[in-house]
Design a protein around this ligand. Sequence first.
Ligand SMILES: N[C@@H](CCC(=O)N[C@@H](CS)C(=O)NCC(=O)O)C(=O)O
Length: 206
Amino acid sequence: MAKMKLYYSPSSPYARKVRLLALETKLDKKIDMVNVALTPVAPNADVDKHNPIGKIPALSVKGMDLFDSPVICEYLDSQHKGRKLFPRKGRERWVALRLQAMGDGLLDAALLARYEGFLRPEDKRWSDWSKGQMKKIEGVLTQLEAEAKSLKGKPTIGTITVACALGYLDFRFTSFDWRSKHPKLAKWFALAAKTPSIKATVPPPG
Ligand SMILES: N[C@@H](CCC(=O)N[C@@H](CS)C(=O)NCC(=O)O)C(=O)O
């Protein structure tokens, strides 16, 4: 079978979800990695060919292009015979999907704040917009702290996404001390960060 092709960047937290899931399910050997650079104002023509939204991650497989990260992750999880990271049914499934939604929601806000504070020309920046995004990030962190128990146990798409979201805060929001107000979450992440797949996908500095 032809190898799958993953368009990604080592700094993308959404692509990191896919890379983590691939490592956890040992599908990584079946994927060729295509490292691309892009922003909303500097799109990548190759990515545009594979994702009409022009974002990474995108996965080319069997003549089809898949996006976005929840869809790619669920597809990959259907391609192996081991323990599923998308629990198939029951409460466990909704807990995992809900955690994924919280992690993705945190990331969506974090990326908007990052683009606002880093990409947008300084004279056009809007501090209320950035504050609004930071409020969403705080909201997710508070909720995760309240239900930190649900993060324990074997990895699921939910815990993987939360780990990518917290990792992104550490990567791009270095002066944001999320740990002191969310000690249970911080404790969980300190342990999770020792997992080989998480260690192997830490974004390089820069
Ligand atoms: N909902 C998408 C979000 C993907 C996303 O925003 N990726 C960023 C990189 S981390 C991107 O491609 N940004 C370029 C752009 O917004 O044009 C997913 O889960 O895959």
